[in-house]
Design a protein around this ligand. Structure first.
Ligand code: 2M8
Length: 270
């Protein structure tokens, strides 16, 4: 069993980024040696700190499925030539940051509108928009593969996506921002790649996957897991995820995560 989880608004509460409601469920999973794999818009720098805090030690997927970081102690998951990046093996699916910054400029020219990306914002502005602390905002700005930008109010989402596609990029929508990502990146692809690596190690065994998310950028991940679980917001399920017939956690944020995961895992025999 593998648990793939989004962070903001899913494992972490939307308002305070806390995860208290999930602590017991996380401890139970760890006792059963069930990997908890973050699949997030966040950067490597952000996930590293959060993982240490929460006590997660498995691989993780950052910047909307642009890269998979495999810690050295999980080298059994590495079956092909992968780059080494710091303490990790790195499987890169998307572009590098300079490319997405250039993409944002090209998009502005194509639509004839100003757009504001994280690269244009100061730390103070990011703090104001997100509620992150100074250090957290610095880690969020420390991007390697994707550019979050403020969703323009006067540009139709389909038009934006259409132009980005023509420029060789994709756009996904998170809790607060739109994210410009490489065309070969995506939470779904990244999850599939990692499941495949686990599958090669566990030949013959069936691997069951649970995925948890709350925003439209989680759709691709929820589509490729065996058991998709939606974490609602305070106003209910995000319209971008509605009508899928998927299980919805009984509460928003970490409390919903804890209850839904505990229930689901109890129903499976491992
Ligand atoms: C951004 O990601 C969230 C995820 O849904 C969003 O779009 O609202 C990213 O920049 C991430 O790095 C950052 O931590 C987060 C903070 O709210 O915002």
């Amino acid at each position: 069993l593998l648990i793939f989880t989004d962070l903001d608004g899913t494992l972490l509460n939307s308002d305070d980024y806390g995860y208290h409601g999930a602590i017991t469920a996380i401890a139970d999973l760890q006792q059963q040696q069930i990997p908890i794999i973050p699949v997030t818009s966040k950067t490597r720098a952000e996930v590293e700190v959060l993982s240490t805090e929460i006590g997660l030690t498995d691989s993780f997927i950052v910047e909307n499925g642009s890269a998979i970081f495999i810690p050295k102690h999980q080298d059994y998951l590495v079956s092909e030539e992968l780059k080494i990046s710091g303490k990790y093996y790195l499987m890169q699916l998307g572009c590098v940051y300079a490319q997405v910054r250039q993409g944002l400029r090209e998009l502005m020219a194509a639509i004839g509108e100003e757009l504001t990306g994280f690269g244009d914002l100061t730390i103070a502005e990011i703090m104001q928009l997100t509620g992150l602390s100074t250090q957290e905002a610095q880690r969020a700005k420390n991007r390697e593969f994707t550019e979050p930008f403020i969703t323009p109010k006067n540009v139709d989402a389909d038009r934006l996506a259409h132009h980005l596609k023509a420029l060789g990029f994709n756009v996904v929508v998170g809790d607060r921002f739109s994210h410009l990502i490489g065309q070969t990146a995506g939470k779904g692809r990244a999850v599939q790649w990692l499941v495949n690596q686990y599958q090669q190690v566990n030949r013959g065994e069936t691997i069951t996957t649970i995925g948890l998310g709350n925003s439209p950028n989680d759709l691709a991940m929820l589509e490729v897991v065996d058991i998709p679980i939606i974490i609602p917001g305070i106003k209910g399920v995000h319209p971008g995820l509605a009508n899928q017939g998927w299980k919805v956690a009984p509460f928003p944020g970490s409390v919903g995560w804890g209850v839904a995961v505990a229930e689901e895992v109890k129903g499976l025999i491992y």
